[in-house]
Structure formats: C-alpha cells, structure tokens
Design a protein around this ligand. Structure first.
Ligand SMILES: [Ca+2]
Length: 161
C-alpha cells in the first residue's frame, strides 16, 4: 500500500483544483466572498460608447458586468492590479434610460441607490437625463452615472465554466 499516500495527495490536489472557478479565455474569476460565489470578468481595454461596449461584450459571449455585492470590490481590486488602468473609467451594465432615476441592470434587476456602491461625494447618480448609463469611474471606481456617448473602457462578465 506504499502508493496510497501519494495517491491521496494527488486526489486532494484534484479536489482543490475542482473548486477553483474556471473562466473562458480572456476572462478572470472574481469572488463574492459573503455569497460564496464566483463569476468571470474581462477588463476591455478598448474605448467605446455604452452601446458599443454592450455589443462588444455580447461578441465575447458575455454581458456588460453586473457588479453586485462583493463582486464590485473584487472588480476594483482586479483593476488596481494594473497601474495603467487606474486612471480609466469602465462601463458596466446599468442604466436609468427607461425611467429617470430608476436604475436597472440589463437583466431588469433594480440597482439600489446610495451606499455602499454609489460614489457618495457628489450625489451620484447625478446630472439627471444627461447621464443615464452606469460606470466605475476613476479614481474611486464606485458607481457613477455618465453620458452614454462617452468613450471609455468596459467590463464584460460571464458565468464560470
Ligand atoms: Ca439619469
């Protein structure tokens, strides 16, 4: 039974590997620690309007990101791994274009206003009907409203595989 111990180690390694979230090529997994869930995001370093960003994510088989709960902070930490990205803003998948002041994700889940996600220091979301689309804006990467024609980076999201 001399083989048993190495085999047990190998099995343990296999099991650890199986709980690691896997993502499609080009995507990185991030975790919502309090929910115990993972998702896959892609920081798209190509500037486009919100509609252009939405179409680009769909081309990747993904959607503009829905950064709820801990996924928001995890995405910020991912951005901060790349010093060249910390001066950029990133489209994510929310808007209030259907009804001013009522913010929704692309899947029609409501986006609650206020803390902890919206930037608190200049009353985000602001600028009324001039700004109907959601982004993470530098340098804080809290939620900010922005004009949809602004050309910025974006974050795509898809499920783990
Ligand atoms: Ca608005």
């Amino acid at each position: 039974m001399q083989w048993a111990a190495p085999l047990a180690v190998a099995v343990a390694a296999l099991c650890f590997a199986s709980v690691q979230a896997a993502c499609p090529n080009g995507f990185t997994s991030i975790d919502d620690v309090s929910e115990g869930t993972s998702t896959c995001i892609r920081l798209v370093q190509s500037k486009s309007t919100w509609q252009g960003a939405k179409a680009m994510c769909e081309m990747f088989g993904a959607s503009l990101a829905k950064l709820t709960g801990d996924f928001h902070q995890a995405a910020i930490e991912e951005i901060r791994k790349f010093p060249e990205l910390t001066d950029e803003a990133f489209w994510i998948g929310g808007s209030d274009e259907k009804s001013e002041g009522s913010w929704y994700w692309l899947d029609d889940d409501p986006i609650p206003l206020g803390t902890p996600h919206w930037y608190p220091c200049n009353n985000q979301p602001n600028h009324g009907t001039d700004q109907n689309h959601l982004c993470l804006y530098t340098p804080d990467f809290f939620y900010h409203s922005l004009e949809q024609q602004r050309q910025i980076y974006s974050i795509c999201q898809t499920d783990t595989i």
